[in-house]
Design a protein around this ligand. Structure first.
Ligand SMILES: [Ca+2]
Length: 448
C-alpha cells in the first residue's frame, strides 16, 4: 500500500470535514482506505460506526454516536501497542483529545469503560494496551513462580509505563485531524495508579505531547511502591497478623478520635497528618477490649504506619500509611506482594522464578532493584521544567484511604518537585488530597 505524505493527508482533510458531519459512518469506514497513512509504523486494523446506545460497556452505554477505530503501532523488535480511538460523530465532538488510561496494575488491555465515560462527554478519546497483552501475560495477573513474558523484555517493560502512551498519541491525533479536519484544540491525559505513573512518565519523558495531565493515585515511584507491598506483608499465620475486624477496630478508634477535627462529623478525617493518636492505647496491655492489639499486632500496625526503611541507614524507602486508612490494609497484608512485588523480583530483577522474596536484603538489594527495575519503570525526576515551560498543567489526586498507594507519597514528591522547580510550582501543578477512598477502586484496579 502506498503511503501519503502529511501534506497530502492534509489535503484530504478538507474533504473529510464535510463528509463527517453529513455521513459519519462513511467517514469512519474511509479510515481504512488504501493510500491513507497515519504514520509509518501505524496500522488501522478496523473501524466501526457505533450508533447512539449501540454499545454497552459494564452497564454504561454510549449516549452519542461515534466512530470506533482499532489500530496498532509497532515498536522495537516485533512489538506493538494496540490502541483504540473513539471519535464522536457529527456535532457532539467538543474539539478536544483525551488519552484515557484506566488500566491499573500490569495493564495489557484497552480500558473500554474509561473510554466510554469520556466519549459521552464529547471528547475524542484514545486508550492503549501499554505495549503488551494481558492475554499473553498470565491474563494480566502476577503470581509467585509464574513466568510473565513482558517482564523479561526491556523494550516491553519500557513501553509499559514510560513510552506506550507516547507511541500511540501521535497517530491517534493524526486520525483526529483526518476525521475533523483540524487538530484538537487541547490534548489531555488521564490515568490512575499505573495510569498515574504513566502520567508522570509523559511529563518527564514526553513533555511535548499533552497540554494537561491528570495523574490519579500515582504509582510513579513504582519500584519502591512495590517494595512497600513487600514490607507490609503480614502472613495470616503470623502472630502479628491484623484480621479485618482488628483493622476495622483500629480505624474506628482513630476516626472517633480525629473525625471532628475538621469540623464535620462524617466518618472522614480531612487531614490525617493533623490527627494525633496513640496507637499504643489500643494495646491489650492497657486496653482489655475483645479486639485489643497484642504486642505483635501493635508492632505490625507501627510497621505499616512507618513504611519501608533501608537497613543500612534507616532512611525511608517509601512512605507508610496514614491514620484512618487501617480498614484498607488487608490487600497490603495478604495480596499485593504476591500480585506485584514477587513477580517483579522473580521476573524482572533476579530472573529466577524460584527466588524467595523473604531473603530480600533491605540494603544491598534495594540498589539492585533500583538499577534493574527503577530505571525502566520509575518516573520520579522532580524537575519537570520541560513540561511546565511548554505550558503544560498537571493535576494529581490522591485518596487518603487508598488501599494501594501510601497517601503521603504525592505530598512528599510534590515537595521534591517544588525544591527542584524554578518559580512557583503552583502555577502549573495542583495536588488534591481526597478524604476517603478516591477514585473508586474499580477505576484504579479493575482486576483487583
Ligand atoms: Ca470529619
Amino acid at each position: 500500500m502506498a503511503r501519503l505524505g502529511l501534506s497530502t493527508v492534509a489535503a484530504i482533510f478538507a474533504q473529510a470535514v464535510t463528509s463527517v458531519t453529513a455521513t459519519g459512518s462513511e467517514q469512519c469506514s474511509s479510515l481504512t482506505a488504501c493510500g491513507i497513512s497515519f504514520g509509518e509504523a501505524v496500522s488501522i486494523v478496523n473501524t466501526t460506526s457505533i450508533p447512539a446506545s449501540g454499545l454497552n460497556i459494564s452497564g454504561t452505554v454510549n449516549t452519542i454516536p461515534f466512530c470506533r477505530v482499532f489500530a496498532e503501532v509497532s515498536y522495537a523488535n516485533n512489538h506493538s501497542v494496540g490502541f483504540e480511538v473513539w471519535l464522536p460523530e457529527g456535532t457532539d465532538y467538543n474539539g478536544r483529545f483525551l488519552a484515557d488510561i484506566g488500566n491499573g496494575g500490569m495493564a495489557g488491555i484497552v480500558d473500554e469503560a474509561a473510554l466510554m465515560l469520556n466519549v459521552n462527554k464529547g471528547f475524542a478519546v484514545a486508550g492503549g494496551d501499554s505495549g503488551h497483552l494481558a492475554s499473553e501475560n498470565n491474563d494480566g495477573e502476577g503470581s509467585p513462580g509464574v513466568y510473565i513474558p513482558y517482564l523479561h523484555d526491556k523494550d516491553e517493560v519500557s513501553a509499559w509505563i514510560h513510552n506506550s502512551i507516547a507511541l500511540f498519541t501521535p497517530p491517534a491525533r493524526k486520525v483526529i485531524e483526518y476525521v475533523y479536519g483540524s487538530a484538537p484544540t487541547y490534548s489531555y491525559y488521564l490515568g490512575c495508579s499505573t495510569g498515574g505513573a504513566q502520567g508522570f512518565s509523559l511529563a518527564q519523558f514526553h513533555p511535548e505531547l499533552f497540554d494537561g495531565i491528570v495523574a490519579g493515585c500515582p504509582g510513579n515511584w513504582y519500584s519502591h511502591l512495590a517494595l512497600s507491598f513487600l514490607w507490609n506483608t503480614i502472613p495470616s499465620t503470623s502472630l502479628g497478623f491484623l484480621p479485618q475486624e482488628t483493622l476495622d477496630y483500629i480505624k474506628s478508634a482513630v476516626v472517633s478520635a480525629c473525625d471532628e477535627q475538621d469540623g464535620v462529623l462524617d466518618g472522614l478525617i480531612e487531614d490525617p497528618l493533623s490527627c494525633k493518636f496513640d496507637i499504643a492505647s489500643l494495646s491489650c496491655a492497657v486496653n482489655e477490649s475483645v479486639q485489643c492489639l497484642t504486642t505483635e499486632q501493635l508492632a505490625s500496625a507501627l510497621h505499616i504506619y512507618g513504611g519501608p526503611h533501608d537497613s543500612r541507614d534507616n532512611s525511608s524507602l517509601y512512605p507508610g500509611f496514614s491514620f484512618g486508612s487501617e480498614s484498607e490494609w488487608m490487600y497490603q497484608e495478604d495480596m499485593l506482594a504476591d500480585a506485584f512485588t514477587i513477580p517483579i523480583l522473580q521476573n524482572l530483577v533476579f530472573d529466577n522464578l524460584t527466588y524467595n522474596a523473604s531473603t530480600f536484603n533491605w540494603g544491598s538489594d534495594v540498589d539492585v532493584l533500583d538499577a534493574r527495575a527503577g530505571t525502566l519503570i520509575d518516573a520520579i525526576n522532580p524537575n519537570l521544567s520541560n513540561f511546565s515551560t511548554r505550558g503544560g498543567k498537571m493535576i494529581v489526586t490522591q485518596g487518603w484511604t487508598d488501599p494501594f498507594n501510601a497517601a503521603t507519597w504525592p505530598i512528599q514528591h510534590r515537595e521534591q518537585m517544588a525544591a527542584a522547580t524554578q518559580g512557583d510550582i503552583d502555577d502549573w501543578f495542583e495536588l488534591y488530597m481526597i478524604p476517603g477512598k478516591f477514585p473508586p477502586i474499580n477505576k484504579i484496579h479493575p482486576r483487583a
